[in-house]
Design a binder for this molecule. Structure first.
Ligand code: DGL
Length: 267
């Protein structure tokens, strides 16, 4: 069990923000990743469809030897909420780990939340923040175009298209004088440099994927489930659409070539 893999899923490459952090924090763990690239975006769909996709993603991961599941997707985490979703092994979404970090670091209690339409509509981050401290101010904004820009590799800090979209979404938020911004969809930290440039360098950015990885480490440690492997763990990626496109875009984000470790698979 200890040396089983950690299963991570997202609708696309956003969950790589969790994988990157897991590789730093837990270099001896094997990771099985599923990116449902044939059905992305999740964030513009109904709750019923998102929940069905999420269940199928979990079933796919269960075909492998896994000891924990991370829903590295703000949309799935928001729709699942507090419902019992995976109960027979450790499980986490990204909302609570991100909110815990945001609420711990904010100095002014003014927090921004970006997310997909489904995430913002659910109010998941806002509710969790208010559970932590009801007096905190929360400004939320749905940013649906970011997912497509990231999936298509429009991620460079000087990309004029992505910058224009970021300004459209973020300039109104600037007026809210937030000091902390939760990038509530796991795709958004892939363009964190550009977002920081537009919102201002003094605003602290929170990556939910990375925070979920920290939570996973603590959780596995707690349960005595950390791997005792001495060699470096292996990442294996499955995607439901183009293997080549995923490997190409992932290379820029992970700064390593994963071609050869990406396989095509359908849920
Ligand atoms: N990466 C996902 C999230 O965190 C979903 C993006 C999408 O499929 O719309 O919300």
């Amino acid at each position: 069990m200890k040396n089983d893999a950690i299963g991570v899923f997202d609708s696309g490459m956003g969950g790589l923000t969790t994988v990157r952090e897991l590789n730093i924090l837990l270099p001896h763990e094997n990771i099985i990743y599923f990116g449902d690239t044939a059905r992305i975006p999740y964030g513009s769909r109904s709750n019923a469809t998102i929940l069905r996709y999420a269940k199928e993603d979990v079933e796919f991961l269960r075909k492998h030897q896994i000891k924990m599941i991370i829903a590295a997707c703000g949309t799935v985490s928001s729709v699942v909420g507090d419902q019992p979703f995976v109960t027979d092994m450790p499980f986490t979404g990204v909302v609570y780990p991100a909110v815990e970090e945001a609420c711990s670091v904010t100095k002014t209690g003014r927090i921004g939340v970006l997310g997909t339409p489904a995430t913002i509509k659910s109010g998941s981050y806002e509710k969790a923040i208010h559970k932590w401290n009801p007096s905190y101010f929360v400004a939320s904004k749905a940013c649906p175009l970011f997912v497509h820009l990231v999936e298509n590799g429009y991620t460079a800090i000087d990309n004029p298209v992505t910058r224009l979209v970021a300004e459209e979404y973020l300039l109104p938020l600037k007026e809210q004088e937030i000091d902390t911004l939760i990038l509530g969809c796991t795709h958004y930290p892939v363009i964190a440099d550009l977002i920081a440039d537009v919102i201002g360098k003094d605003v602290r950015l929170i990556s939910p994927g990375a925070e979920a990885a920290k939570y996973a480490k603590a959780c596995l440690d707690n349960k005595g489930l950390l791997s005792d492997r001495t060699e470096t763990g292996k990442n294996t990626y499955y995607v439901s659409d183009s293997v080549e496109l995923f490997a190409e875009n992932a290379k820029h984000f992970l700064q390593t070539d994963i071609t050869g470790n990406v396989y095509s698979s359908h849920v």
